[in-house]
Ligand binder design. Structure first.
Ligand code: GUN
Length: 296
Protein backbone atom coordinates (compact mmCIF):
# COMPACT_ATOMS: atom_id res chain seq x y z
CA UNK A 1 0.00 0.00 0.00
CA UNK A 2 1.12 3.54 -0.59
CA UNK A 3 -0.22 6.40 1.50
CA UNK A 4 -2.11 9.40 0.14
CA UNK A 5 0.03 12.50 0.59
CA UNK A 6 -1.92 15.06 2.62
CA UNK A 7 -1.40 18.36 0.85
CA UNK A 8 -1.10 20.88 3.68
CA UNK A 9 0.41 23.45 1.34
CA UNK A 10 -2.59 23.37 -0.98
CA UNK A 11 -5.08 23.35 1.91
CA UNK A 12 -3.28 26.32 3.51
CA UNK A 13 -3.39 28.28 0.22
CA UNK A 14 -7.15 27.76 0.00
CA UNK A 15 -7.61 28.78 3.64
CA UNK A 16 -5.49 31.90 3.13
CA UNK A 17 -7.58 32.85 0.10
CA UNK A 18 -10.80 32.45 2.11
CA UNK A 19 -9.35 34.59 4.92
CA UNK A 20 -8.26 37.26 2.40
CA UNK A 21 -11.82 37.36 1.04
CA UNK A 22 -13.28 37.88 4.51
CA UNK A 23 -10.66 40.55 5.26
CA UNK A 24 -12.12 42.61 2.40
CA UNK A 25 -15.59 42.37 3.95
CA UNK A 26 -14.14 43.34 7.34
CA UNK A 27 -12.40 46.41 5.90
CA UNK A 28 -15.67 47.48 4.25
CA UNK A 29 -17.60 47.05 7.53
CA UNK A 30 -15.04 48.28 10.09
CA UNK A 31 -13.28 50.94 8.01
CA UNK A 32 -9.87 49.56 8.99
CA UNK A 33 -7.67 46.51 8.41
CA UNK A 34 -7.33 43.68 10.90
CA UNK A 35 -3.90 44.14 12.56
CA UNK A 36 -1.35 41.56 13.70
CA UNK A 37 1.67 42.53 15.82
CA UNK A 38 4.60 40.12 15.84
CA UNK A 39 7.42 40.55 18.34
CA UNK A 40 10.85 39.03 17.79
CA UNK A 41 13.53 39.24 20.48
CA UNK A 42 17.09 38.39 19.41
CA UNK A 43 18.69 37.01 16.28
CA UNK A 44 17.69 33.34 16.18
CA UNK A 45 17.87 32.61 12.42
CA UNK A 46 14.93 30.18 12.30
CA UNK A 47 12.73 32.60 14.28
CA UNK A 48 13.79 35.39 11.92
CA UNK A 49 12.62 33.35 8.92
CA UNK A 50 9.27 32.54 10.59
CA UNK A 51 8.66 36.17 11.58
CA UNK A 52 9.42 37.43 8.07
CA UNK A 53 7.06 34.93 6.49
CA UNK A 54 4.33 35.76 9.03
CA UNK A 55 4.67 39.46 8.17
CA UNK A 56 4.52 38.77 4.41
CA UNK A 57 1.52 36.46 4.74
CA UNK A 58 -0.31 39.01 6.92
CA UNK A 59 0.11 41.71 4.28
CA UNK A 60 -0.76 39.31 1.45
CA UNK A 61 -4.08 38.64 3.23
CA UNK A 62 -4.83 42.38 3.28
CA UNK A 63 -4.13 42.81 6.99
CA UNK A 64 -1.86 45.34 8.70
CA UNK A 65 1.41 43.83 9.93
CA UNK A 66 3.36 45.41 12.79
CA UNK A 67 6.73 43.76 13.38
CA UNK A 68 8.73 44.69 16.48
CA UNK A 69 12.36 43.53 16.55
CA UNK A 70 14.13 43.85 19.89
CA UNK A 71 17.79 43.12 20.68
CA UNK A 72 18.78 39.81 22.30
CA UNK A 73 19.65 41.54 25.60
CA UNK A 74 16.17 43.09 25.99
CA UNK A 75 14.99 42.98 29.62
CA UNK A 76 11.74 41.32 30.64
CA UNK A 77 10.37 44.70 31.80
CA UNK A 78 10.95 46.28 28.38
CA UNK A 79 9.24 43.37 26.63
CA UNK A 80 6.30 43.41 29.06
CA UNK A 81 5.80 47.14 28.52
CA UNK A 82 5.73 46.60 24.75
CA UNK A 83 3.13 43.84 25.19
CA UNK A 84 1.00 46.14 27.39
CA UNK A 85 1.25 48.88 24.76
CA UNK A 86 0.06 46.42 22.08
CA UNK A 87 -2.77 45.25 24.37
CA UNK A 88 -4.00 48.85 24.50
CA UNK A 89 -3.52 49.64 20.78
CA UNK A 90 -6.91 49.62 18.98
CA UNK A 91 -5.21 48.93 15.61
CA UNK A 92 -3.74 45.67 16.94
CA UNK A 93 -6.17 42.74 16.98
CA UNK A 94 -3.64 39.95 17.45
CA UNK A 95 -0.32 39.75 19.29
CA UNK A 96 2.29 37.05 18.74
CA UNK A 97 5.57 36.96 20.64
CA UNK A 98 7.85 34.58 18.77
CA UNK A 99 9.24 31.76 20.94
CA UNK A 100 11.78 30.78 22.14
CA UNK A 101 12.77 33.92 24.05
CA UNK A 102 16.28 34.67 25.37
CA UNK A 103 17.01 33.07 28.75
CA UNK A 104 16.75 36.29 30.82
CA UNK A 105 13.04 36.47 29.93
CA UNK A 106 10.35 34.34 31.58
CA UNK A 107 8.21 33.06 28.69
CA UNK A 108 5.26 32.32 30.96
CA UNK A 109 5.23 35.87 32.32
CA UNK A 110 5.17 37.26 28.77
CA UNK A 111 2.39 34.94 27.62
CA UNK A 112 0.33 35.76 30.74
CA UNK A 113 0.63 39.50 29.99
CA UNK A 114 -0.89 39.24 26.49
CA UNK A 115 -4.61 40.16 26.50
CA UNK A 116 -6.35 36.75 26.09
CA UNK A 117 -8.64 38.35 23.48
CA UNK A 118 -5.59 39.28 21.36
CA UNK A 119 -3.76 35.98 22.01
CA UNK A 120 -3.92 34.63 18.45
CA UNK A 121 -1.32 31.98 19.37
CA UNK A 122 -3.75 30.55 21.93
CA UNK A 123 -0.94 30.17 24.48
CA UNK A 124 -2.43 32.24 27.34
CA UNK A 125 -3.57 30.06 30.28
CA UNK A 126 -7.08 31.51 29.87
CA UNK A 127 -7.23 30.20 26.30
CA UNK A 128 -5.66 26.85 27.30
CA UNK A 129 -8.38 26.61 29.96
CA UNK A 130 -11.12 27.58 27.53
CA UNK A 131 -9.95 24.82 25.15
CA UNK A 132 -9.82 22.24 27.96
CA UNK A 133 -13.31 23.30 29.12
CA UNK A 134 -14.88 23.23 25.66
CA UNK A 135 -15.38 27.02 25.64
CA UNK A 136 -14.84 29.38 22.73
CA UNK A 137 -11.31 30.84 22.66
CA UNK A 138 -8.14 31.01 20.62
CA UNK A 139 -6.60 27.65 19.79
CA UNK A 140 -2.86 27.22 19.01
CA UNK A 141 -2.31 27.43 15.27
CA UNK A 142 -0.31 24.28 14.55
CA UNK A 143 -2.63 21.77 16.28
CA UNK A 144 -5.74 23.47 14.89
CA UNK A 145 -4.20 23.17 11.41
CA UNK A 146 -3.54 19.46 12.04
CA UNK A 147 -7.18 18.85 13.00
CA UNK A 148 -8.37 20.68 9.88
CA UNK A 149 -6.20 18.37 7.74
CA UNK A 150 -7.43 15.28 9.61
CA UNK A 151 -11.11 16.21 9.22
CA UNK A 152 -10.57 17.01 5.56
CA UNK A 153 -9.04 13.58 5.00
CA UNK A 154 -11.11 11.41 7.35
CA UNK A 155 -14.38 13.28 7.90
CA UNK A 156 -15.84 12.40 11.31
CA UNK A 157 -13.03 11.52 13.76
CA UNK A 158 -15.26 10.21 16.55
CA UNK A 159 -14.24 6.92 18.12
CA UNK A 160 -10.83 6.86 16.46
CA UNK A 161 -7.76 5.90 18.49
CA UNK A 162 -5.30 8.79 18.42
CA UNK A 163 -1.76 8.88 19.79
CA UNK A 164 -0.06 12.25 20.16
CA UNK A 165 3.70 11.94 20.61
CA UNK A 166 4.91 15.01 22.51
CA UNK A 167 3.43 17.00 25.41
CA UNK A 168 4.42 20.61 24.71
CA UNK A 169 2.05 23.47 25.49
CA UNK A 170 2.38 24.63 21.86
CA UNK A 171 1.44 21.38 20.10
CA UNK A 172 1.07 18.16 22.13
CA UNK A 173 -1.34 19.22 24.86
CA UNK A 174 -3.68 21.38 22.71
CA UNK A 175 -3.58 18.69 19.99
CA UNK A 176 -4.81 16.13 22.50
CA UNK A 177 -7.58 18.48 23.67
CA UNK A 178 -8.74 19.10 20.11
CA UNK A 179 -8.82 15.39 19.29
CA UNK A 180 -10.73 14.74 22.51
CA UNK A 181 -13.22 17.43 21.47
CA UNK A 182 -13.65 15.45 18.22
CA UNK A 183 -14.49 12.38 20.37
CA UNK A 184 -11.26 10.49 19.65
CA UNK A 185 -9.79 8.18 22.27
CA UNK A 186 -6.57 10.06 22.94
CA UNK A 187 -3.26 8.98 24.39
CA UNK A 188 -0.41 11.43 24.94
CA UNK A 189 2.99 9.75 24.68
CA UNK A 190 6.26 11.35 25.82
CA UNK A 191 9.87 10.63 26.70
CA UNK A 192 8.89 8.44 29.69
CA UNK A 193 6.33 6.37 27.78
CA UNK A 194 7.03 2.63 27.93
CA UNK A 195 7.01 0.69 24.65
CA UNK A 196 6.15 3.63 22.42
CA UNK A 197 6.15 1.52 19.20
CA UNK A 198 3.49 -0.83 20.62
CA UNK A 199 1.34 2.12 21.72
CA UNK A 200 1.60 3.87 18.35
CA UNK A 201 0.76 0.61 16.56
CA UNK A 202 -2.77 0.75 18.03
CA UNK A 203 -3.49 4.20 16.65
CA UNK A 204 -5.76 5.16 13.74
CA UNK A 205 -4.29 8.67 13.99
CA UNK A 206 -0.65 9.40 14.87
CA UNK A 207 0.54 12.95 15.51
CA UNK A 208 4.32 13.21 15.87
CA UNK A 209 5.47 16.40 17.61
CA UNK A 210 8.69 15.58 19.42
CA UNK A 211 11.42 17.31 17.42
CA UNK A 212 13.45 14.12 16.90
CA UNK A 213 14.40 13.58 13.26
CA UNK A 214 12.79 10.52 11.67
CA UNK A 215 12.03 8.88 15.01
CA UNK A 216 8.74 7.23 13.97
CA UNK A 217 9.40 4.08 11.93
CA UNK A 218 7.24 2.03 9.56
CA UNK A 219 6.88 -0.92 11.95
CA UNK A 220 5.23 1.42 14.52
CA UNK A 221 2.34 2.18 12.18
CA UNK A 222 -0.93 0.28 11.86
CA UNK A 223 -1.60 -0.31 8.14
CA UNK A 224 -3.92 2.41 6.84
CA UNK A 225 -3.36 4.81 9.77
CA UNK A 226 -3.22 8.56 9.20
CA UNK A 227 0.12 10.12 10.16
CA UNK A 228 0.54 13.83 10.86
CA UNK A 229 4.18 14.93 11.10
CA UNK A 230 4.65 18.20 13.00
CA UNK A 231 8.45 17.92 13.14
CA UNK A 232 10.71 20.27 11.22
CA UNK A 233 14.32 19.16 11.77
CA UNK A 234 17.35 20.25 9.80
CA UNK A 235 19.77 17.35 9.36
CA UNK A 236 23.20 17.16 7.80
CA UNK A 237 22.99 16.34 4.09
CA UNK A 238 26.75 16.57 3.50
CA UNK A 239 26.28 19.76 1.43
CA UNK A 240 26.80 22.27 4.25
CA UNK A 241 23.14 23.36 4.03
CA UNK A 242 21.34 20.33 5.38
CA UNK A 243 17.85 19.14 4.53
CA UNK A 244 14.54 19.30 6.36
CA UNK A 245 13.04 16.12 7.72
CA UNK A 246 10.10 15.49 10.02
CA UNK A 247 9.75 13.34 13.13
CA UNK A 248 8.59 10.49 10.86
CA UNK A 249 10.75 8.39 8.51
CA UNK A 250 8.65 9.47 5.55
CA UNK A 251 9.54 7.04 2.75
CA UNK A 252 9.12 3.85 4.78
CA UNK A 253 6.07 5.03 6.76
CA UNK A 254 4.34 6.12 3.53
CA UNK A 255 4.40 2.46 2.44
CA UNK A 256 2.28 1.44 5.46
CA UNK A 257 0.10 4.47 6.33
CA UNK A 258 -3.18 5.39 4.65
CA UNK A 259 -2.35 9.09 4.62
CA UNK A 260 0.69 11.12 5.61
CA UNK A 261 1.78 14.77 5.70
CA UNK A 262 5.11 15.51 4.00
CA UNK A 263 7.89 17.73 5.41
CA UNK A 264 8.08 20.37 4.07
CA UNK A 265 4.64 21.09 2.60
CA UNK A 266 2.44 19.38 5.19
CA UNK A 267 1.69 20.89 8.58
CA UNK A 268 4.13 23.84 8.31
CA UNK A 269 2.10 26.00 5.89
CA UNK A 270 -1.04 25.41 7.98
CA UNK A 271 0.44 27.22 10.99
CA UNK A 272 0.56 30.60 9.24
CA UNK A 273 -2.81 30.10 7.52
CA UNK A 274 -4.48 29.40 10.89
CA UNK A 275 -2.66 32.38 12.44
CA UNK A 276 -4.30 34.60 9.82
CA UNK A 277 -7.66 32.95 10.51
CA UNK A 278 -7.27 33.55 14.26
CA UNK A 279 -6.36 37.19 13.60
CA UNK A 280 -9.46 37.62 11.44
CA UNK A 281 -11.59 36.16 14.25
CA UNK A 282 -9.90 38.50 16.78
CA UNK A 283 -10.58 41.52 14.57
CA UNK A 284 -14.27 40.69 14.28
CA UNK A 285 -14.54 40.20 18.04
CA UNK A 286 -12.70 43.41 18.84
CA UNK A 287 -14.83 45.38 16.36
CA UNK A 288 -18.08 43.72 17.46
CA UNK A 289 -18.75 42.45 13.92
CA UNK A 290 -20.20 38.91 13.62
CA UNK A 291 -18.28 36.32 11.60
CA UNK A 292 -19.53 32.99 10.29
CA UNK A 293 -16.54 30.87 11.23
CA UNK A 294 -17.86 27.82 9.38
CA UNK A 295 -17.43 29.82 6.17
CA UNK A 296 -13.66 29.97 6.62
N1 GUN B 1 7.80 29.25 17.86
C1 GUN B 1 7.59 28.11 17.18
N2 GUN B 1 6.29 27.99 16.84
C2 GUN B 1 5.67 29.08 17.34
C3 GUN B 1 4.32 29.54 17.30
O1 GUN B 1 3.41 28.91 16.76
N3 GUN B 1 4.09 30.73 17.93
C4 GUN B 1 5.07 31.44 18.56
N4 GUN B 1 4.73 32.58 19.15
N5 GUN B 1 6.33 31.05 18.60
C5 GUN B 1 6.62 29.87 17.99
Amino acid sequence: MSAAIIDGKGFAETLRARVADKVQDFVADAGRQPGLAVVLVGEDPASGVYVRSKGRATEAAGMASFTHRLPADTSQDILLSLVRRLNADPMVDGILVQLPLPQQIDENAVIATIDPNKDVDGFHPVNAGRLASGLDGFVPCTPLGCVMLLKDRLGDLSGKDAVVIGRSNIVGKPMAQLLLAESCTVTIAHSRTRDLPALVRRADIVVAAVGRPEMVKADWIKPGATVIDVGINRVDAGDGKGRLVGDVTFDEVARVAGGITPVPGGVGPMTIAVLLRNTLVAAHRNAGIPLDRDAI
